[in-house]
Design a protein. Structure first.
Length: 281
């Protein structure tokens, strides 16, 4: 395997992870535009632990994810008092605040960036991504996935039926931040360098596009979105002057043809040969 192919596959695996980080809040009706900020927290915490205390990479990655999740839980209480576009704006501002703090934090290099001493191999990245994917897939088969769908579809009725809507939203937000922190840590250890400018609002928008264009109904939607958005720019790299135009047109086309996302629950049922009882006649 060439170095370029390995780097692309590693980036794809990391994008799969961060796509899931955006998927969980959206499954509960939360558009989180601060995912890149939680990636930055996980990446810098993991890098600092492995650089300063010589911690193993796996411990740094787990700790980075947990710290991002704890911070998200603390911030979720005031943030989730709002919803819809106001929540999107609040998380956008949060991401900017995190980036601004890191730009001025000298202990991790500030604006100059932070070199990461311990390198994560391609195998470690793929294995970590597979574990995260497996855990999220398991989560989608539990009652928690039903709670997320109920909260997204009608939080008022969900509350009337006894579901703690606030706690469910906080859990979705925190789990998304946990996975984002892991994704940021994997990114830092694989590419051996971190700088705050990498974790900007554009990255959060890309992650949201992974989920929205891929589809929010199943776990496979965000993965399909991440696959397309990772590989399509590389396929178009040969035409530098037009690749962004073609890329934008592709996004518009997908939104027009498949507004519900590329992968839906019904599509998966059709592929597997299963239909709803009413359709099985």
């Amino acid at each position: 395997m060439s170095g370029y192919t390995e780097a692309m596959l590693a980036l794809l695996a990391i994008n799969f992870v961060v796509a899931l980080a955006g998927y969980l809040p959206l499954a509960a009706g939360q558009l989180n535009l601060g995912v890149a900020g939680f990636m930055a927290i996980g990446g810098y915490v993991s890098a600092y632990l492995t650089n300063t205390y010589d911690a193993p990479i796996y411990l740094g990655v787990i700790t980075g994810g947990l710290v991002a999740s704890v911070i998200a839980t603390l911030l979720a209480v005031p943030l989730l008092r709002v919803s819809g576009i106001y929540l999107a704006l609040a998380t956008f501002a949060l991401g900017q605040v995190i980036q601004g703090v890191l730009l001025n934090l000298e202990v991790v290099g500030a604006a100059a960036g932070y070199a990461v001493n311990k390198h994560a191999s391609f195998g470690f990245i793929v294995t970590s991504a597979a574990i995260v994917l497996g855990l999220v897939f398991f989560l989608t088969k539990t009652r928690f996935a039903l709670y997320l769908t109920a909260v997204k579809n009608d939080p008022v009725v969900s509350d009337l039926f006894g579901l703690n809507v606030k706690i469910t939203k906080i859990q979705a937000f925190s789990l998304g931040a946990l996975i984002a922190g892991i994704g940021g840590a994997l990114y830092g250890h694989h590419f051996s360098y971190l700088e705050p400018q990498n974790f900007n609002i554009l990255l959060s928008i890309y992650i949201a596009l992974y989920v929205l264009l891929g589809g929010t109904q199943t776990i496979f939607g965000p993965l399909a979105g991440a696959l397309i958005f990772t590989l399509l720019p590389e396929v178009l790299r040969g035409s530098d002057q037009w690749r962004y135009v073609v890329f934008a047109l592709a996004v518009i086309l997908i939104m027009a043809v498949r507004p519900q996302g590329l992968i839906t629950a019904q599509l998966l049922r059709n592929w597997s040969g299963r239909t709803k009882p009413a359709e099985a006649k």
